[in-house]
Design a protein around this ligand. Structure first.
Ligand SMILES: [Zn+2]
Length: 109
């Protein structure tokens, strides 16, 4: 039984105006995944966002490091627009709330 580790989840995707460098036909779709550390399947904190492109015509998927420098720069520039949902901090928020609860209870004694 795995009680802690890392997982990857799909975050978001959107269309771009960039054409596929492989088939020169399709407009590339840009997708982002997030990596996070979990304990008992509760996300503790995210540690990496990765961008990748997929061509709707030839279905070629390229990670950011496989792309031409200008496409890689575009992906990295868009990365800051993709917000990390607060749910990926659920474990830290839970621990913070627990510590706050213990502190408040001890102050009231
Ligand atoms: Zn293509």
């Amino acid at each position: 039984m795995i009680i802690f580790g890392t997982r990857n989840k799909f975050l978001t995707a959107f269309n771009t105006e960039q054409t596929c460098g492989h088939c020169n036909t399709g407009k590339l779709n840009l997708a982002y995944t997030i990596s996070y550390f979990h304990i008992f399947w509760i996300p503790m904190f995210p540690f990496g966002k990765k961008g990748m492109t997929q061509c709707p015509h030839c279905k070629q998927i390229l990670n950011a490091y496989e792309l031409a420098p200008e496409s890689r720069n575009y992906i990295n520039a868009q990365k800051s627009n993709v917000k990390t949902p607060l749910t990926y901090f659920a474990g830290l928020i839970l621990i913070g709330a627990l510590i706050l609860f213990v502190v408040v209870v001890n102050m009231l004694k």
